[in-house]
Ligand binder design. Sequence first.
Ligand SMILES: NC(=O)C1=CN([C@@H]2O[C@H](COP(=O)(O)OP(=O)(O)OC[C@H]3O[C@@H](n4cnc5c(N)ncnc54)[C@H](OP(=O)(O)O)[C@@H]3O)[C@@H](O)[C@H]2O)C=CC1
Ligand SMILES: O=C([O-])CC(=O)C(=O)O
Length: 271
Amino acid sequence: MLKIGIIGCGFIGRQICRAIDSGAFNAELYALFDSSQSKALELAASLKRCSPAYMRIEELLQSVDLVIESASQNAVRLIVPQALEAGCDVMVLSVGALADEELREKLFRLAEQNNCKLYFPSGAIVGIDGINSASASEISSVTLTTRKPPLNLAGAPHIEALGIELEKIEKETLLFEGPASEAVKAFPANVNVAATISLAGIGFDRTKVKVIADPSLSRNVHEITVEGKFGKFFTRVENVPSPENPKTSYLAALSAISTLKKILNPVQIGT
Ligand SMILES: NC(=O)C1=CN([C@@H]2O[C@H](COP(=O)(O)OP(=O)(O)OC[C@H]3O[C@@H](n4cnc5c(N)ncnc54)[C@H](OP(=O)(O)O)[C@@H]3O)[C@@H](O)[C@H]2O)C=CC1
Ligand SMILES: O=C([O-])CC(=O)C(=O)O
């Protein structure tokens, strides 16, 4: 049975643990790790069927088959290379870390050398299936427009660097416009989706991103427009934010759970 280790026991990590704990998967939730040991222990104690152990990273990587990173871009930089070197498959949620070309090439090389799989769930967006299909031919442009309630953007380096007072925003306001390579650094906990789109499509420099704060919204809205030889498509999702971490949409956790299902299931649907 596939042994799973979860790195990061926040909103997404908890949702994945609960899904495995429901008994829906033929997999064992074997180990947890979080920078807060008490958070991981609390999560483990809340589960009914599974009894994952809290482990040091080195021990966890020697014990599991699949590592699910649901922590931070920093965790991707520090832990994912070690996980691949240890022969683990890895699912990455903090995809924005892959804007760093050196890290991206290192991870792809390690995955190949160690015969491991790297999984990037669709996360909080809809349309990755279409981008995957379209990229079998030529894509000419990809644009992501992300709209969030202003306070869901709190703490982002871009907001802090410019001293933007989010609570004073009274109407729809464009806060950022630029390539995905810059967007994921400016908003590392808000537009990981831009990185996933870049990986699937035309890369971090050609993928254009707009981030808009909109006080009339209660949901996190992502729109994608893609044009290429196939024609053109537009997707829009209005995501319910997690009550525990409103920067993150519920759909992102569901997409990780769905990716796990896909990994375990012999029947594959969609691109
Ligand atoms: N791909 C996508 O579409 C999406 C990706 N995300 C990303 O997924 C990740 C998880 O999201 P979410 O569950 O909402 O986040 P949370 O903040 O709710 O949980 C993350 C947890 O991981 C811990 N953590 C952070 N860094 C490390 C580390 N280096 N080692 C161990 N633990 C660490 C945090 O601890 P502490 O609080 O102490 O830092 C926290 O407990 C985030 O990076 C988020 O930006 C989110 C939404 C969509
Ligand atoms: O959950 C969302 O709406 C998107 C998000 O935070 C991210 O991509 O980092």
